[in-house]
Design a binder for this molecule. Sequence first.
Ligand code: R5P
Length: 302
Amino acid sequence: MKLFSGKCNAPLAEKVAKHMGLSLSPLEIHIFPDGEKRVRVEEPVVDAQCAIIQTACTPTDQSFMELFFIADALKRSGASSVTAVIPYLGYQRQDHVFREGEAVSLEVIIKFIKAVGINSVVAFDLHSIKIPEVFVEFGLDVQHESALPLFAKEIKKQQWTAKDTVLVSPDKGGIRRIKQLSEMVDTMSYASIVKNRDLTTGEVSAEEIDGALNDRAIIVDDMISSGGTIAAAANLLLGKGVKEIIICATHAVLSDSAPQILQKSAASTVYLTDTVSIPEEKHFPKLTILSISQTIAHALKK
Ligand code: R5P
């Protein structure tokens, strides 16, 4: 297999290559003064199975275009197959029409992925259980991986047990996720917050809790973007008497002032993964980064 990396998460791609005993294959990605890109494969790929690691992080549109150009260059150069490893799949939250008249961004992205000749996709902690089915509907194989085993390992390492700890989903949509994590940590009990989001302003409010709490709460979410969901959840838990709050989330989208919001939040530790590269300036004292690189290496070897 030949491994290529887009510009979005090169440190992750380097780690994956190391786990696989490979070197990243060279690519020329030239950026013109107007921001357009020219992509060229710099070594022969005829009949080779190729994988591209490119997370779809901010600026999401450009990250996707770069991925599409790399895939096109590989196909034109004779690659036998192209797997796109997209650890964070941007635009996945708009997976249906929420309000009449909206585009379904996820479907548009999947159509592009298919159109440029990508044969299969590896993604992590997709927002909804239905997303893999959408890929299949469009004739694409998807390997749906998860960071939950990394969080489970950390929970065990810290010796947090059901005696004083409960898993918490910040919204009803995340219940499936915490049920899976619960299975990995000796069926730890779980609770869920009833969250409301204003669809026009994006503002989040955490209303009430469904389920029993404990001294320690581990909030588990697929992504942190503005930090609004997590901050509201942590405040609610604090108000309900929880003494220690831990956050585990897969995708560190971290828009705007999310790092400051997380640092100021009631949580003591924030675990995020490297599906999205977190630049130095977005690091904050409460942050611990867990790497999904080994999971990608295993997925590509399958
Ligand atoms: C929502 O359903 C997701 O699971 C996340 O909770 C949400 O996208 C996080 O976004 P933000 O950090 O902007 O509240």
